[in-house]
Design a protein around this ligand. Structure first.
Ligand SMILES: [Zn+2]
Length: 196
C-alpha cells in the first residue's frame, strides 16, 4: 500500500519529513515512521531512495532512534519559525551537529534535468534520507524565506507558503480550507448574521 500523496504536499522535503508525525497530539494519531522499514518506504515514496532496496538496508534500532530524534529536532525548529520565535539554542546546536555529520557525506552532483545539487554520497539509505532532511532545512534557513513556513490553522500540518503575499492559512484549500470556511459559515448562520 502506497503512502497518500498528501503527505508530500508540504512544499519542501524537510517539511514533508516532519509532517510524517502527528506531533500535535499525545499519543499521535499516526506516525509514518512506525518502524525502520516504514521510514525507508517513505524515503522511496519521497523520491529520495530508489525503488529497489536490499533487505539488508533496514537500519538497526540505534540508527532508527537517532533518525526519530533528528525528526523531532527539525520539527521543533520549524515550529519555532512558524511562531516567528528564535529557535531554542540547544535545538540549534543539535541541528548544527547534524549538519556537520551529514555535510561530510554530501557532494555536488550534476544532472541534465536538475542541474547542480547537493547529494548524499553514502550508500546507507537511512543516511540518504537524513541528509536530505537536514540539507533541505539548511537551504530553507539560508534562503531568507523562513516566514513562508507555516502551520495549518485547521490540522496543524506544516507547509511552505508560496503565495506572493504569504497569505495561505491552510495546508490544503480543498480539505482544511473548506472545512474552516464551512465552520465559519455555519457559525454565522447560527448567529443569524448575514453571510458575505
Ligand atoms: Zn491542514
Amino acid at each position: 500500500m502506497g503512502i497518500n500523496p498528501v503527505f508530500f504536499s508540504g512544499g519542501l522535503s524537510c517539511i514533508d519529513f516532519c509532517n510524517t508525525l502527528d506531533y500535535l497530539r499525545t499519543p499521535p494519531r499516526y506516525d509514518l515512521f512506525w518502524n525502520a522499514a516504514a521510514l525507508l518506504e517513505w524515503g522511496q515514496a519521497a523520491g529520495i531512495l530508489p525503488a529497489d532496496l536490499p533487505d539488508a538496508a533496514i537500519p538497526d534500532e540505534a540508527a532508527f532512534a537517532r533518525a526519530l530524534e533528528i525528526r523531532a529536532t527539525l520539527a521543533r525548529l520549524l515550529l519555532s519559525f512558524t511562531r516567528l520565535e528564535t529557535p531554542d539554542a540547544a535545538d540549534f546546536a543539535l541541528f548544527n551537529s547534524y549538519l556537520q555529520e551529514t555535510s561530510a557525506r554530501m557532494g555536488l552532483v550534476f544532472t541534465d534535468s536538475k542541474g547542480y545539487f547537493l547529494a548524499c554520497g553514502s550508500d546507507d539509505p537511512l543516511e540518504k534520507v537524513l541528509c536530505e532532511a537536514v540539507r533541505s532545512t539548511a537551504d530553507l534557513l539560508l534562503s531568507n524565506q523562513i516566514g513562508r513556513v507555516k502551520q495549518c490553522e485547521e490540522c496543524g500540518w506544516l507547509f511552505y507558503d508560496t503565495t506572493r503575499n504569504r497569505s495561505r492559512r491552510w495546508c490544503d484549500m480543498k480539505s482544511c480550507g473548506n472545512r474552516a470556511k464551512a465552520r465559519r459559515h455555519y457559525g454565522r448562520v447560527r448567529q443569524g448574521l448575514k453571510q458575505d
